[in-house]
Design a binder for this molecule. Structure first.
Ligand code: SAH
Length: 346
């Protein structure tokens, strides 16, 4: 019977050091291999040229490196790049590079599919298959960093967890990936340049606050009226707005970090004065910013972006209430790379 080899990147540095000691080598060898695995993103043991052949063979016999592979890359006319990423078990997730004049942002996935059922999101049509491992999240970032250097002559500057999946339902692995991304032994990026976007899982928002995380939080709100929110994001029935707000108050009290809300205004769904008033009321407890994002159609026949008069009303009333508001245009729509369009169509 063939013994299933272990994914070497599931080991901590300490465990790797122990492995070498137990096998009659120096613990220091563990540091070298660790550097190859993370900082240098080696795809195979063969690449580890300062490690002896014999040791490489020993690693080969015991472990695998489950590196992701960019299966297909699509480039939009606006410079956006979408990667279809193949995982070691042949499942596919997507990640996106979004270039602007001043920054390059990676939008990465945290799960294969999604267990939530937001009616306006293409990913919701794929059921959740599994969580991504920390190294699979890390690899997406490295792939986009490389593409950013290649096509835009600069390194990646920001990361948003707004791809497929609900990051707070894969919290431990997302946290481990961010640890690697921000560590000097990984990419050394500042956590302030990372945004984790959630549909709002109250218990996990409180846990994040307790863990003292340094990255930023965005909440996909879309409505501050329970009845409306439940109709478009059914899991709001389990985690109603009062519990979300309670968790966010806790988050703010602990972190003093401003909260960003993602919000799409749809025709006939949340485009009335009462919807804006409810949003203002909801935001009151902490400094907030509202990103009004453009709706990216997913051929559902129900949702339609509200007209500009409704958007202007939102901007006007939010500003009068001292709530920062931005109107975001979508990017990469021609290649189905925009928010909510990731569904492995290819
Ligand atoms: N599950 C997380 C992250 C993935 S969704 C979350 O809900 O935040 C990333 C963002 O895209 C969310 O704000 C989501 O509400 C938004 N979104 C989903 N479908 C969309 C669509 N069709 N058009 C525009 N935004 C969409």
């Amino acid at each position: 019977m063939e013994i299933k080899k272990k994914d070497i990147r599931a080991l901590t540095k300490e465990q790797l050091r122990n492995f070498f000691e137990e096998n009659g080598d120096k613990a220091f060898r563990g540091n070298q291999v660790y550097e190859w695995l993370w900082q240098k993103s080696a795809h195979s043991f063969e690449d580890m040229t300062n490690i002896s052949l014999k040791t490489r063979q020993m690693l080969e016999d015991s472990f695998v490196i489950n590196h992701i592979r960019v299966n297909q890359m699509q480039r939009s006319e606006d410079g956006t790049i979408k990667n279809a990423v193949r995982l070691h078990d042949d499942l596919i997730v997507e990640s996106v590079l979004i270039p602007t004049a001043t920054r390059t942002t990676a939008c990465v996935s945290s799960q294969v599919g999604c267990s939530l059922d937001c009616k306006f999101c293409a990913t919701a049509r794929l059921k959740r298959m599994r969580n991504l491992n920390p190294d699979e999240i890390y690899d997406q970032v490295v792939a986009i960093d490389n593409e950013s250097r290649l096509y835009h002559d600069r390194p990646l500057s920001n990361i948003v967890f707004m791809g497929m999946g609900e990051p707070l339902m894969n919290y431990n692995n997302v946290l481990k990936a961010i640890d690697k991304i921000t560590s000097d032994e990984g990419l050394g990026m500042s956590p302030k340049r990372i945004v984790v976007s959630t549909s709002g899982v109250p218990k996990m928002i409180k846990k994040m606050a307790d863990d003292g995380v340094k990255f930023k939080l965005a909440v996909s709100l879309h409505s501050a009226i329970d009845e409306v929110r439940t109709s478009i994001m059914p899991f709001n029935a389990t985690f109603p707005l009062a519990s979300l707000r309670d968790a966010l108050e806790y988050w703010y009290a602990k972190t003093k970090n401003r909260i960003t809300y993602e919000y799409v205004v749809w025709d006939g769904i949340n485009d009335k004065r009462k919807d804006v008033d409810a949003l203002v009321e909801f935001c009151k407890f902490a400094p907030s910013k509202v990103n009004l994002i453009e709706y990216n159609p997913i051929d559902d026949g129900i949702f339609q972006q509200a007209n500009s008069k409704a958007i202007d009303m939102y901007v006007d009333i939010l500003e009068k209430n001292n709530i920062t508001v931005t109107v975001r245009r979508s990017r990469g729509k021609d290649i189905d790379a925009a928010c909510g369009q990731l569904a492995n169509k290819t």
